[in-house]
Design a protein around this ligand. Sequence first.
Ligand SMILES: Cc1cc2nc3c(=O)[nH]c(=O)nc-3n(C[C@H](O)[C@H](O)[C@H](O)COP(=O)(O)OP(=O)(O)OC[C@H]3O[C@@H](n4cnc5c(N)ncnc54)[C@H](O)[C@@H]3O)c2cc1C
Length: 399
Amino acid sequence: MASIKVHLEKCTGCTLCVKACAFGAIHMAERKAVIDMAKCTLCGACVAACKFSAIELEKAAGPKKDLSAYKDVWVFCEQKKGVIQSISFELLGEGRKLADKLGVKLCAVLLGSGMDAAAQALGERGADKVYYADHQALKAYQDDPYTAVLVKLVEEFKPEVLLCGASTIGRSLISRVAIKTNAGLTADCTGLDIDVKERLLLQTRPAFGGNIMATIVAPNHRPQMATVRHKVMKEAPVQAGRKAEVIKTAYPEETFSSRAKLLDIVEELSATVNISEADIIVAGGRGMGSKENFALLEELAKVLGGAVGASRSAVDADWIGYSHQVGQTGKTVCPKLYIACGISGQIQHLIGMQSSKTIVAINKDHDAPIFKVATYGIVGDVNELVPAMIREFKRALNK
Ligand SMILES: Cc1cc2nc3c(=O)[nH]c(=O)nc-3n(C[C@H](O)[C@H](O)[C@H](O)COP(=O)(O)OP(=O)(O)OC[C@H]3O[C@@H](n4cnc5c(N)ncnc54)[C@H](O)[C@@H]3O)c2cc1C
C-alpha cells in the first residue's frame, strides 16, 4: 500500500497543494497542509505541486513478480450481443506478429455467455488458444464481473503481453485490470513491436499533443498492457478450418457479482452510419460556420451512404455529438473516402484520419495544413461547394 505524509517542518503554508488537489482532500490548519485520507486518492498531484518537497508519497513495492513466469500474447476479444467486434480481429492480426517474434502462443480471451462457437472460430483468426469464460453475468459488458474474471485469468495463466481495443469498453476494463494486477498500461497505441533481446513490447503512441511519437516500454512489470484504437491495424485474415484449443474457465459465483445493475442497453440513434465502420465520411470543422450549415453535411453523407465526422472545434461548438469526433481525443477512422469540409488539419485531427484511402479537402485557405494530406484539394467556400455537391451527387446517383 502507498502512503502520503506532510513534513511539517518543510511546509510553508503556501497552499499550492490545496489548489493542485482535484479531490478537495487538503486544507490548511495553522498554516500547515493537512491531508484528509478519506478523500485522498494518492494521485501525487500535491507532491508535484509542492515547491518545498514538503509532501512525500511512498509507494510500497509489492511482492516481486517472477517475470520469466509470464508468457504468450493475449488479445481481449470484445463482444457485443454475442458478436465479436472487428477491433478484436485487428488485434489478433497484430498479436500474431508479436507472438511470432517472441516465439510464443497467441491467445484470445473471450468473456460472454453461450458463445462456444464464436470461441472456437477465433482459431480461424489466428488464435492458438482461447480462454473462454462463460457466464450469464458476462453476456453484456459490466465493469465488476469483467474485471474480476480477467484479473483471475491473468493471475492464473500469466500472459507476457495483453492487448485490448481502445474502445469505450476496452478503456474501462483494461485500466481496472492494470491497477489490480500492478501492471503498466499504454493507452491508444498506434504501433506495436517487440524488442526480441529484452522481450519487451515497444508501444508507440502520440505524445505532447501529437507533436512527437513516443515509444514506451514496461521493463519491470507483467503483463505489458496496451490499448489500440479501432482501424489502426489490419484485421487477421480468416483461415478457414484452423482450430484453436479452447480453455473454458470456471470461477466461484462471487466473481461475477456487480455493484451496478445493468437495466438496459440503449443504442445511440443516428440518421447516418457509425463513423468507425463507415466507408465514406463527410466531416466538418469550424469552417462550416454554424449548426445550420453543419446540418448540410448530414444531407451530403446521406446521399453518399456515409457517416458524418467532425473536428473537435465543431463538437465543442455543439454542432454535433462527441461520438462523431475524429482525432486524438476522438475516433480513429480509415474510410475509403474522407471529405474534410472547413477543417484546418491540425495534427490532433490528422492523427485520426490520415490513413483514409482518399482524402478530399475543401478549405478557403490554400495554405491550410489539411491540403498536405489531401489526395484532392479544393480551395473554396464550403457554403457554396457543399450544397453544389449535394445537388450533383443527387443527380448523378438518381436520388
Ligand atoms: C490534447 C488535444 C487533443 C485534441 N484532440 C482533437 C481531436 O481529437 N480532434 C480534432 O479535430 N481536434 C483536436 N484537437 C484540437 C485541434 O488542435 C484543433 O484545434 C481542431 O482540430 C481545429 O478544428 P477545425 O479545423 O475545425 O478549426 P480551425 O482550426 O479553426 O479551422 C477552420 C478551418 O476552416 C476554414 N474555413 C473557414 N471558413 C471557411 C469556409 N467558408 N469555407 C471553407 N473553409 C473555411 C479555415 O480556413 C480553417 O482552415 C485537440 C487539441 C489538443 C490540444
